[in-house]
Structures are given as structure tokens and as C-alpha cells.
Design a protein around this ligand. Structure first.
Ligand SMILES: *Cc1c(COP(=O)(O)O)cnc(C)c1O
Length: 368
């Protein structure tokens, strides 16, 4: 038997995550300068990171030889102030992906199941399958979560339900009232993981207070990230807010030093930069309108999005994607999401959106 065959069948059955193509790779492949490449493939903040976060990161780098504070006291303190939760309700992660994994590791094993929606974030099945549990995918409704359907799918062996709001890669939004109704109806011994990676991009009228629900639903875990609007995807930091008993379990299975010095410092500073946050929201709001106008002009169908990206339909995704790449524009094909006719574009700066729309128009050979 080969060494690879020694890995459990459930590990060998995992399909790898396909990330957005890095700028350096496309530049190499197409003989372009890196400055010529527009990357709109990974839902990154086109403004970069908050200057305050970068300054804090620089300072923290000088302590590179020191182990980080494994408890993340300073960042947790900033989070307790912002959300009115206690220190023991917070778990920090090496990106929120880490926290999704911790939930799976703490609550699942081979004889259990977890529920997620069709077209939901690809990391959910990865996290579930890597611990040998069974993933139950519930059919989507208009590309979004069918919460009543997900409720019906809960079995006696179900320990966990993932809900992404807004969802990636479709951008669908669930009003707070619908999530609250789901929490009310779900068994209290099933962990409900509410992944709010794009929460800060919501418009004021969409906002809801998930943190207030923690007092009422001890089976709720809220997961947020510093990778999206905070612009720190490269540093890896996220946080979970939960009932102290749940947070304690997640803390037991995490790596003792899972969040590094630089990420901790940058995240803390980013959390306090309200000006950067509102500027990022405004740039995204305007960029979304720009892209929607452009896609409409090209006669392309898209899914209404509450995130910092838009998912649109083209007939021949492979050909369109290739031609965009040849013009130095990276978007995300969604074949691995069972959406072979769709491409996802991250909302960029006005000039990046323009580059993308011009390249798309050129590719489709259409007047707009
Ligand atoms: C990007 C994303 C994440 C997490 O990214 P991290 O960089 O690991 O924090 C989590 N959930 C969704 C839905 C995302 O799109």
C-alpha cells in the first residue's frame, strides 16, 4: 500500500480549494508587468489596509522573535469594547477560516453531520469532510440559503449548521428577522455558525444585531474576519463571538499561538479606524453601482449582491475568463461551486472596474 493510500478515505476524497490566481503568476504567464494586472478575484479591499493598521504592523514586526500573546488580550479588549461582550466569549483565529475549522473539529466526528447551503462558501464542506463527518448540502433558493429547507434537513446526528450572510460567492443577503426565526426554531443542541465575513459591507437598512442574540441562543457562533473590509487578508486574523462554554471548547482545540504578533497588532488598530471603514464602504457602494451599470449595458445577468463582489453569467466562462486574463484582468470562475456559467468579480477602485468592464466588452465583442 502506498503512503498516500494510508490517509483515510474521507481525506483522499476532498477536492482542493481553488484560490484566486496571484498577480505575480499571471504577470509571469502573460509577460505582463505586475502593475498592469488588475486582480478582482479574492474579494480584497482595493484601498489596501488602514494606514493605522500598517503602522501598528510595522511596530509589531520588531517583536518578530517573541511569541505572540496566545490569548490575544489587547485585540480581545478592543473587541469587548466594540461589541459589549466578555473576554471569555471571544476566540481569535488565523483568519476566520481557522475558526470555521475549529468549529468543525470541536463539534464533529465521523458519526455526525453538518449542514450548509448549495452555492455556499467552499470552506464549509472542506472543514466538515476533513474531520470525517458527513456534509449535507441543502438546495439553494434563488442562489441563496433556503433556511426553512435547512431546518428540515437537521437530523438527529446533525451537530452544526453553517450560514453565510452575506453569502460568498453569490452575494445573497438574509434579513436578520429570518436568521432569528431560524435560531428560534433550530434545536438548541445544534451549533449554528453564522459566518459574517462581509457584514461591514451591509447598507444601514440591512443591519441587524447578531451580537445581541448571543444572550438568547447559547448555540450561536458569530464569525467575522479582518480579511475583507479591513484589508488584512495577507496577515490572517478573524474572531468568533460565542457563549463562553462554546468559546472555551474552540480555544482548547486551536493552536496555542494561532494568530501572529503582526496580525494581532494590525487587527486591533484596524478595528479602531472608523474613517477607513466608512471610506471602504463608500468606495464599494459606488463601485457596485458602476459595475451594475456596466453589466447591464452589456446585457449580462448578475445576482444582486450585498458583498464587495458581483457574480454574473456568461455563456462560455472558460473562453471569457481566458480572454480577460490575456488582458491582465483576474476574476474568479465558479466551476468548483457548481456554477459553470458564472464568474465572480470583486468590486475594485473606479479605474479597476473600468479596466474590467472594458476588457469584458472587448472579450464579448459587444457594443455597450
Ligand atoms: C473570505 C471569506 C471568509 C474568510 O476568510 P479569512 O481570510 O479566512 O478570514 C470566510 N467566509 C466567507 C464567506 C468568506 O467569503
Amino acid at each position: 500500500m502506498s503512503i498516500a493510500q494510508r490517509a483515510p478515505e474521507y481525506i483522499r476524497a476532498i477536492s482542493p480549494y481553488i484560490p484566486g490566481k496571484p498577480i505575480s503568476e499571471l504577470a509571469r504567464e502573460m509577460g505582463l508587468r505586475e502593475e498592469e494586472v488588475v486582480k478582482l478575484a479574492s474579494n480584497e479591499n482595493p484601498l489596501g489596509a488602514s494606514p493605522k493598521a500598517l503602522e501598528a504592523a510595522q511596530k509589531a514586526l520588531k517583536e518578530a522573535h517573541r511569541y505572540p500573546d496566545g490569548n490575544g488580550f489587547a485585540l480581545k479588549t478592543a473587541l469587548t469594547r466594540k461589541f459589549g461582550v466578555a473576554q471569555d466569549q471571544i476566540v481569535l483565529g488565523n483568519g476566520s477560516n481557522d475558526l470555521l475549522d475549529l468549529c468543525a473539529r470541536a463539534f464533529l466526528h465521523a458519526q455526525t453531520s453538518a449542514i450548509y447551503s448549495q452555492y455556499a462558501f467552499a470552506v464549509y464542506p472542506l472543514a466538515v469532510k476533513s474531520v470525517g463527518a458527513q456534509g449535507i448540502e441543502v438546495l439553494a433558493r434563488n442562489f441563496g440559503h433556503d433556511l426553512p429547507g435547512m431546518l428540515t434537513a437537521i437530523r438527529s446526528d446533525t451537530r452544526l449548521v453553517f450560514i453565510a450572510n452575506p453569502n460568498n460567492p453569490t452575494g445573497n443577503f438574509l434579513p436578520g428577522s429570518e436568521i432569528e426565526a431560524f435560531l428560534d426554531a433550530a434545536p438548541s443542541d445544534v451549533l449554528i455558525v453564522l459566518d459574517e465575513a462581509y457584514n461591514e459591507y451591509l447598507d444601514p437598512e440591512q443591519r441587524y444585531d447578531a451580537v445581541a442574540w448571543l444572550a438568547k441562543y447559547p448555540n450561536l457562533v458569530i464569525i467575522r474576519t479582518f480579511s475583507k473590509i479591513y484589508g488584512l487578508g495577507g496577515l490572517r486574523a478573524g474572531y468568533a463571538l460565542a457563549n463562553p462554554a462554546v468559546a472555551d471548547l474552540l480555544n482548547r482545540v486551536r493552536e496555542p499561538f494561532n494568530v501572529n504578533n503582526v496580525a494581532l497588532a494590525a487587527a486591533e488598530a484596524a478595528l479602531g479606524d472608523a474613517e477607513f471603514l466608512s471610506r471602504s464602504h463608500a468606495v464599494n457602494h459606488a463601485g457596485k453601482a458602476q459595475l451594475i451599470a456596466g453589466l447591464n449595458a452589456l446585457g449580462l445577468e448578475f445576482i444582486p449582491s450585498s458583498g464587495n463582489f458581483l457574480t454574473f453569467r456568461v455563456a462560455d466562462t472558460a473562453a471569457v475568463n481566458r480572454k480577460l486574463l490575456e488582458q491582465g484582468v483576474i476574476v474568479r470562475p465558479l466551476g468548483n461551486y457548481q456554477m459553470p456559467e458564472w464568474l465572480r468579480v470583486t468590486i475594485g477602485l473606479p479605474e479597476e472596474n473600468e479596466r474590467f468592464l472594458a476588457a469584458l466588452k472587448q472579450t464579448l465583442g459587444r457594443a455597450a
